[in-house]
Design a binder for this molecule. Structure first.
Ligand SMILES: [Zn+2]
Length: 458
């Protein structure tokens, strides 16, 4: 079946232009003005922007944190993704200590295969670096997994500096890319312990146990370890001005450092932890929400092109029954917030509509840059002949209000409740098939696994 999307304005990181798009057998087969309608199903995109399908390169679906499992699994999480305009996501398959990477990959395929409404791939989170793990890196690349993740915080997950150094060298040999969760785990543990000893147990002590220098120190350390290993690196969920400065210093030394941040660090701030009762628990994530000054620094960096991608770190836990595990002790609140559904509209509203970034920057930050860094370009991340027919028909004039009552995310709140937003996916096409109409999922379960190539260090 052929689909023709007519009268829209194509948006790529390089430029915007009016053209019709022909989608055939899952691919884009023509990008030209005035394409003929014969034999095509026609979608009129008048007044709309046509973005390349958005990519969320940082999600945690169906993830067991050791105490409880995230509220969203692949079925609900990918429906939420596609409803918001995200046509491809990269989730973190996570190795259990003592287990293999192959097994972690098998487990994640089982969670995702046949349950997904958008395309997906996996980063491999390595928690146990040893000779067997090292030998498995090549097998991961063959299986289409070319990006890896390491933690410098969380005792159950983190690796030592020496292990990270060895791993970076090995990953560099296969032209993969490693992303790191940058917080100083020992320092975080000490600050949590001190707060608990002093009886500081409410959610507001969560950010006070993870101050900005905890992130900045870990980013600086990660950058120097990468300098020793001589490889490009990726900093996930950057949240602070202090951390940004460390990354910029490494870049000034000539290192390739890619930076990801998330909508919550641009649009929410740390006063939310002081809300009455247990409300602050909804915003407990790591790194935590930051000060208004940090937000300002991130917007400034984004405007200057110093941030490469915006993903969500979607990791949803219900306030009732899950976040409540930490009612008596903030350190037991499951870390994470939902966001997979609202990333495009939040960045459009606060970024494009408010003049902080252009629509073209949005196409780069939410789609093309992640496709390139994670070995999916030009199959994903652009609107060009030969690319997948993943198109978001974006109505820039839609005004609506975010509400947990009317979302796909299967969690009992959204941190963006009541936010009046601008823009909406009027339609979403996934490999040529229309899967969303007026923000509603009309066709589910169409997602497939994306076998990725080596990273393109741009
Ligand atoms: Zn994460």
């Amino acid at each position: 079946m052929k689909t023709l999307i007519k009268n829209g304005k194509v948006v790529t990181p390089q430029n915007s232009f009016f053209a019709d798009l022909l989608l055939e057998d899952g691919k884009i087969t023509a990008v030209e003005a005035n394409l003929p309608e014969e034999g095509c199903q026609v979608y009129d995109a008048s007044g709309c922007l046509l973005f390349p399908g958005f990519i969320d390169a940082h999600t945690h679906l169906d993830m067991d944190n050791g105490v409880t499992v995230t509220a969203d699994n692949f079925y609900t999480g990918t429906r939420a993704a596609i409803a918001g305009g995200t046509t491809c996501l990269l989730d973190f398959a996570t190795q259990d200590k003592g287990d293999t990477l192959q097994n972690a990959l098998k487990v994640w395929h089982k969670k995702a295969d046949g349950n997904s409404s958008c395309d997906y791939g996996f980063h491999m989170a390595i928690t146990d670096w040893n000779s067997r793990t090292q030998a498995e890196i090549g097998e991961m690349v063959k299986a289409g997994v070319t990006s890896f993740k390491f933690y410098l915080a969380y005792d159950a997950l983190r690796v030592t500096d020496g292990e990270l150094y060895q791993a970076l060298k090995r990953i560099g040999e296969v032209h993969g890319i490693a992303g790191v969760h940058c917080e100083n785990g020992d320092l975080v543990n000490e600050l949590i312990r001190e707060n608990r000893e002093q009886g500081n147990l409410s959610p507001k002590y969560h950010p006070l146990s993870r101050p900005d220098y905890v992130e900045a120190e870990a980013i600086a350390r990660f950058c120097y370890i990468a300098e020793a290993a001589n490889v490009p690196i990726h900093i996930v969920h950057l949240s602070t001005a202090a951390g940004l400065e460390e990354a910029k210093r490494a870049r000034a030394r000539g290192q390739k450092v890619y930076i990801e941040s998330c909508p919550q660090y641009f649009t929410l701030d740390d006063h939310l932890y002081n809300l009455p009762g247990f409300e602050g628990a909804k915003y407990v994530c790591s790194p935590p929400l930051r000060s208004v000054q940090d937000q300002q620094a991130l917007w400034n960096a984004l405007g200057k092109g110093q941030i490469d991608s915006i993903s969500t770190d979607h990791c949803s836990f219900c306030q009732k029954g899950q976040k409540e595990l930490g009612l008596e002790d903030f350190s037991k609140i499951p870390n994470g917030m939902p966001g997979i559904e609202h990333r495009p509209v939040m960045m459009y509203t606060y970024g494009v509509a408010q003049g902080r970034m252009t629509e073209n920057q949005m196409a780069g930050l939410l789609s093309e840059n992640a496709a390139r860094l994670f070995g999916m370009y030009p199959q994903k991340g652009t609107i060009a002949v030969g690319s997948d027919g993943d198109i978001v028909v974006w109505d820039p004039k839609a005004h609506w209000t975010i509400s947990a009552k009317e979302m796909e995310q299967r969690v009992d709140y959204t941190p963006y409740e009541g936010v009046q937003v601008i823009g909406r996916p009027k339609a979403v096409f996934l490999r040529g098939k229309q899967v969303v109409e007026d923000g509603k999922v009309i066709l589910e379960g169409q997602g497939t696994y994306i076998h990725r190539k080596e990273s393109e260090y741009f």
